[in-house]
Write a protein of this length. Structure first.
Length: 269
């Protein structure tokens, strides 16, 4: 029983995947595989079905072929029975078929547009150079002491100015989780921190701490910048295909934007 249910599930899934394309004309040289009440199932039908349906990995090629032919015969019989009871005239079915038709045509059109896009290695290198130039490739190593009140942060800065040790003050005063580690935040990129914090770190020199408290949503910070380093961009070859996809997506977005610009679109108020 389980095998029968699985078979029917696969049949339905495959039929749904192919439903929008069943009316496509068969190739003139397509081989006849079965005749079901006068309706032909050909090698062309099977090829399209295999492409959309996928094949089970636990069967030999001939077993797969025969199984799918049987699925196509079953599908044809169910389809003919659906016509007999008038499902093709049912309003909900017709609406669903209209949605499937639009989805299929839009998908094929988008695929055609994508296939027509030409991206050269020169285009990819230019995109790589631009992104490498604009990317925030600097990392910072810093410590901080987080305090609830501004006056407490001012007191910490006074203590530092008179020779206090930053890591010891962090362990004593900081309310943040890094306090027990002397305020050590390790290495981080600017975008990984809230903006007031990252802006303050960027303005410091190595070994310098903030002379005024820095306010963020977390509280008041006293920050010590310990070091900074430049991170080289990844090698061109390692991101080449990602860049290709990005440029393709940009051109597709331009195509859709042009369609929208030339269309009359009225939205519900």
């Amino acid at each position: 029983m389980t095998a029968i249910i699985k078979f029917h599930t696969l049949l339905i899934a495959g039929s749904l995947a192919l439903a929008a394309g069943t009316s496509q004309a068969e190739k003139s040289d397509a081989k006849l595989l079965a005749d079901v009440n006068g309706n032909k199932i050909t090698s062309d039908t099977l090829q399209r079905y295999q492409k959309r349906r996928g094949v089970p990995s636990d069967a030999s090629p001939e077993q797969q072929r025969q199984m799918m032919i049987e699925e196509l015969i079953n599908r044809e019989l169910i389809f003919q029975d659906a016509l007999k009871v008038g499902l093709d005239k049912d309003s909900e079915v017709m609406s669903e078929l209209d949605v499937m038709r639009k989805n299929l045509l839009a998908s094929v059109m988008l695929r055609n547009v994508t296939n027509a896009i030409t991206i050269t290695d020169e285009d990819l290198k230019t995109e790589y150079d631009n992104r490498a130039k604009d990317a925030g490739t600097q990392e910072f190593k810093a410590r901080h002491i987080l305090l609830t009140e501004e006056k407490d942060a001012v007191d910490v800065i006074k203590a530092l100015s008179t020779g206090g040790k930053f890591d010891e003050l962090a362990k004593q005063k900081s309310t943040g989780p890094s306090g027990e580690d002397g305020g050590d935040l390790g290495w981080f990129k600017a975008h990984e921190m809230v903006k007031p914090f990252s802006d303050a770190v960027a303005e410091l020199d190595n070994g310098e701490y903030t002379k005024t408290p820095v306010k963020s949503d977390f509280g008041w910070h006293v920050i010590l910048r310990e070091d900074a380093r430049m991170i080289p961009p990844p090698p061109f070859d390692s991101v080449k295909e990602q860049l290709r996809m990005r440029l393709q997506n940009m051109q597709i977005e331009q195509y859709i934007a042009a369609l929208r610009k030339n269309a009359k679109i009225a939205r519900e108020q």
